[in-house]
Design a protein around this ligand. Structure first.
Ligand code: 5GP
Length: 198
């Protein structure tokens, strides 16, 4: 998505360890117009998938997920990172290792908001090694919910998450695909001289 690629080029910062910092528009300060454009794009891509619920994880998946939910007219549920002790019995919980924070988080979703009748679109801000997506998939499996698609804002195609998701057979759409962050340069998949891992 050209608009997103431009934003990443103008405002993204490459950090050590293959991390792309996008605090300027996604991970800290939020650009609402851009989030709406991302949500609309996800809605357009998945409009025929029969989605009745969007699932994301707090915090940064919420903004694009809400705009996609608005356009598809479906509710948005976000996995919570701090489990309330009083609600334990009624929660699906899984442990997710965070690539950027290098710690494991418990992700919980109430059984009230995810059931076997759901057709779920998973949306997240980044796909790196696929831990966050794997956690959400395992919660959907526990709930008996069908996952009909995965929408990612920024995919780091040089890490193993993309391939892992493809092997599940679930449709994945990433709005920006970063082929490399070498030498502090953002190179997108499809740009001259790059190779995707497809
Ligand atoms: P994964 O679970 O796919 O390994 O990593 C995805 C999660 O880690 C995302 O939800 C995001 O919070 C974080 N993440 C992974 N790589 C990056 C990155 O390069 N930049 C930022 N800002 N977050 C990242």
């Amino acid at each position: 998505m050209e608009l997103l690629e431009r934003e990443i080029r103008e405002n993204g910062q490459v950090l050590e360890g293959g991390v792309l910092k996008v605090d300027n528009f996604l991970n800290h300060q939020i650009n609402p117009k851009l989030m709406k454009a991302l949500g609309d794009e996800f809605a357009q891509l998945f409009k025929d998938a029969g989605v009745n619920k969007i699932l994301t994880v707090e915090t940064s998946g919420i903004a694009p997920a809400v705009f996609a939910g608005l356009e598809l007219d479906v509710p948005v549920v976000f996995g919570r990172k701090n489990k309330s002790l009083t609600l334990q019995d009624n929660m699906y919980t899984t442990s997710v290792y965070s690539y950027t924070k290098q710690i494991s988080n418990e992700i919980s979703i109430s059984k009230d908001y995810l059931t076997a009748s759901d057709r779920v679109l998973i949306i997240d801000d980044f796909l790196a090694n696929g831990q966050a997506v794997a956690g959400l998939l395992s919660i959907c499996k526990s709930a008996g919910a069908d996952v009909v698609g995965i929408g990612i804002v920024i995919e780091k195609s040089f890490q193993k998450g993309r391939r892992w998701v493809e092997e599940t057979g679930i449709r994945i759409e990433s709005l920006a695909r970063v082929a490399s962050l070498d030498n502090n340069q953002v190179v997108f998949v499809g740009e001259e001289g790059t190779e995707s891992n497809e």
